[in-house]
Design a protein around this ligand. Structure first.
Ligand SMILES: [Zn+2]
Ligand SMILES: [Zn+2]
Length: 361
C-alpha cells in the first residue's frame, strides 16, 4: 500500500512557503487511544499507517450520547487495536453513532466497514466516493485489464514495470474492510447537525472524485481531509479508467472553491500533519506551486518531445524509483492533460503505442 501523497519536500522549487501556525504543542500518541481536544467536543486522534506517512488524523465529534467519527485509518490489525484503545480510552466507552469518510482512499475509509458493523452505525459519504470505492474494491482478485496495460505502455513504462503493474493489480481492496451495503449520501453545500452544531459539506475533486470537507462556522473549524494539507502536496493523478480526464484543472478549481466557501480564520484539521491556521495562504501556495510546475513542464516540452516518464524532473525533486513510478506517472499525466486542455501541448502516439508530448506551436 502506497501513500496517496508526496511530501512537499519532494516537489521542485517549493520556495517561499507561507508561515502557517500550528497551535498545538501536544500531539496525541499514535494508536494509543489518547486524544487532544482541539475544540469543545472535538477530539483529535492519530491512527498508525505502515508507509511513508506515519499516521492519519481522525476526529471524534461529540454527538448526543455517542460520537460521530470522521475518517477511520487503513485496515490493519494495528488500526483495529488502536480503535479498541480509543473506544475504551478517549471515547469513554460511548458508542459511535455515525462514521463520516472524507473520501475513499484506504487510509481514510479502511476501518469504516468494521466500525459501522460493530456499532450498527451509518456510513456517511458522498455518492462518487462510495460508489468508486466499491468499484475499486471489486477489482481485487481480477486480472489487470488490457486498458491499464495500454495506458502505462503509452506513458513509456518498460515491460518490467508493466509486469509489476499486472502482479500488483487489485491491491486497493486489501486496504479496507468491505463497505456496508448501504450508506447515507453527503451532498455539496448540505448542512448537517452534529451534536447540536451545524457543519457544512464543502466538496472538492481532483485528488479523489468527490472529496468532502466539513466546515463548522460556530467552532471555526475545517476538517479538510486530504483536500488541504499543510506540508504535503496531495496526489493528483490520471488513472487508466478515465485517460482523458483533467483532474488537475478540477483540483485547481476545487482549491479556489474551498477558499471562496471557507473563511481564513478557521483552524484547519487536516488528515496528515498537524492542525494549522493560515488556510488561504496555504491554498494560494498550492495553486501557485502547480502553475509553476506547468511552466517548467512547458519549458521541457519546448526542448524536445517527451513521454510521460521523461518529465518527472520537472515535477519532482527526488529520483523516482519503482515504488513511486505509478504515482509519479499519474501525476505527470495529470499535468500534461492540463496543458493539453489549455492548448499548450499536443500529443501523438507512435507505432509502439507510446505517446509523445510536444509544446503546442
Ligand atoms: Zn487521499
Ligand atoms: Zn490520506
Amino acid at each position: 500500500m502506497k501513500a496517496c501523497e508526496m511530501d512537499d519536500a519532494a516537489a521542485v522549487a517549493d520556495e517561499r512557503r507561507p508561515a502557517l501556525v500550528y497551535p498545538f504543542e501536544a500531539t496525541p500518541e499514535i494508536g494509543a487511544g489518547q486524544a487532544v481536544e482541539v475544540a469543545p467536543g472535538v477530539l483529535w486522534l492519530r491512527m498508525p499507517l505502515g508507509f511513508s506517512l506515519k499516521f492519519i488524523n481522525v476526529w471524534a465529534l461529540q454527538d448526543g450520547a455517542g460520537w460521530t467519527v470522521v475518517d477511520t485509518g487503513i485496515q490493519t490489525r494495528e488500526t483495529a487495536d488502536a480503535w479498541r484503545a480509543a473506544f475504551a480510552g478517549a471515547l469513554q466507552g460511548r458508542p459511535v453513532t455515525r462514521v463520516i469518510c472524507t473520501h475513499m482512499h484506504p487510509d481514510h475509509v479502511g476501518m469504516a466497514g468494521w466500525i459501522v458493523r460493530k456499532f450498527s452505525a451509518r456510513l456517511w459519504m458522498t455518492r462518487l466516493e462510495y460508489i468508486t470505492c466499491r468499484m475499486l474494491a471489486a477489482d481485487t482478485g481480477r486480472e489487470a485489464p488490457e486498458d491499464g496495460v495500454r495506458f502505462y505502455r503509452a506513458a513509456g513504462w518498460s515491460e518490467d514495470a508493466l509486469e509489476t503493474y499486472k502482479a500488483r493489480f487489485g491491491g486497493f481492496g486489501k486496504g479496507l474492510y468491505p463497505l456496508p451495503d448501504s450508506y447515507r449520501r453527503l451532498n455539496d453545500g448540505e448542512e448537517i447537525n452534529i451534536g447540536g452544531r451545524t457543519w457544512r459539506v464543502v466538496v472538492g475533486c481532483g485528488h479523489s472524485p468527490e472529496h468532502a470537507c466539513l466546515y463548522c462556522p460556530e467552532l471555526k473549524l475545517l476538517i479538510s481531509g486530504d483536500q488541504v494539507l499543510p506540508k504535503i502536496s496531495s496526489n493528483v493523478s490520471l488513472f487508466p479508467t478515465e485517460p482523458d480526464a483533467d483532474p488537475l484543472t478540477d483540483w485547481l478549481r476545487s482549491l479556489a472553491k474551498v477558499k471562496a466557501e471557507t473563511p481564513d480564520d478557521v483552524l484547519v484539521l487536516p488528515a496528515h500533519n498537524d492542525p494549522f491556521r493560515g488556510l488561504h495562504a496555504r491554498l494560494d501556495h498550492l495553486i501557485r506551486g502547480h502553475e509553476k510546475s506547468l511552466l517548467r513542464l512547458e519549458k521541457l516540452l519546448g526542448q524536445s518531445p517527451r513521454r510521460a516518464v521523461d518529465v518527472f524532473g520537472a515535477l519532482f525533486a527526488r529520483p523516482i524509483g519503482p515504488d513511486l513510478l505509478g504515482m509519479a506517472t499519474g501525476e505527470s499525466l495529470a499535468h500534461l492533460n492540463c496543458l493539453l486542455g489549455r492548448g499548450r501541448a499536443t500529443r501523438e502516439t507512435d507505432a509502439d503505442g507510446v505517446v509523445w508530448w510536444r509544446l503546442a506551436a
